[in-house]
Design a protein around this ligand. Structure first.
Ligand code: ATP
Ligand code: MG
Length: 204
């Protein structure tokens, strides 16, 4: 940014004499710069360690910069589901940050086995852990799978998905199982919600 622009964007006195659109443009530009220089890496560091360490080596050039909504991504192993979810996770926080609300928001990238552990350890529906999963602004569940799913955990996960659906909070799930496989193993509650509200993406 040139010196004069920097001055204009910082000074209240001069902000009053430039148009709101231009002030907004400068502010936005400044936040984009801060995001790239300082904030992005902090967000990446909240991902599971392996992903965080490799994040900057991935190629995201073909990924859209669109508003994040609920997604159910399925496909065979090694097709890039986890990496894609990490991208959406960071992109979500970026969008919030550029709207200036990132620091009052919460986001959670959880690997399914960890989620299961949390849910099995935890019996009260109103507990902090359940609340965290039900109420965070973005929840990513990596490697959702029906194989080791017990009825109890299924109910808990349904509860999380349903609460988030009712509150219109985005949830991104990836799985080796497609919806038919989930449907065959359990009742149709989770599948119904997903079909109603999520974008389905098959990774190939
Ligand atoms: N956008 C990308 N840029 C560069 N490399 C990638 C990208 N996406 C995936 N890869 C590579 O492919 C590998 C597999 O990707 P990923 O772990 O996301 O697959 P997955 O579908 O989650 O697999 P699994 O079902 O086994 O969990 C990664 O370790 C990474 O090296
Ligand atoms: Mg994976």
């Amino acid at each position: 940014m040139t010196k004069i622009k920097k001055y204009l964007s910082k000074s209240d006195k001069f902000r009053n004499i430039i148009s709101p659109e231009y002030a907004n443009y400068l502010q936005q530009k400044d936040r984009k710069r801060k995001w790239k220089k300082k904030v992005k890496q902090k967000v990446i560091d909240t991902l599971p360690l392996r992903l965080a360490q490799k994040f900057n080596t991935y190629d995201f050039s073909k990924f859209p910069e669109k508003k994040i909504h609920s997604i159910f991504m399925y496909g065979k192993t090694g097709t890039g589901k986890t990496v894609a979810c990490a991208y959406y996770y960071v992109e979500f926080v970026k969008q919030l940050y550029l709207q200036q609300s990132a620091f009052v928001k919460t986001y959670n990238f959880v690997v399914y086995s960890k989620l299961m552990e949390d849910l099995q350890r935890d019996f009260a529906t109103s507990s902090t852990i359940m609340k965290e999963y039900m109420e965070c602004d973005l929840l990513v569940i990596d490697e959702f799978g029906v194989k080791k799913l017990t009825e109890y955990v299924y109910d808990r996960i349904y509860l999380i998905i349903n609460e988030r659906y009712l509150s219109m909070l985005p949830t991104i799930i990836n799985s080796n199982d497609n919806l038919e496989e989930i449907l065959n193993k359990f009742d149709d509650r989770i599948v119904r919600r997903i079909e109603e509200d999520y974008e389905l993406i098959e990774k190939k």
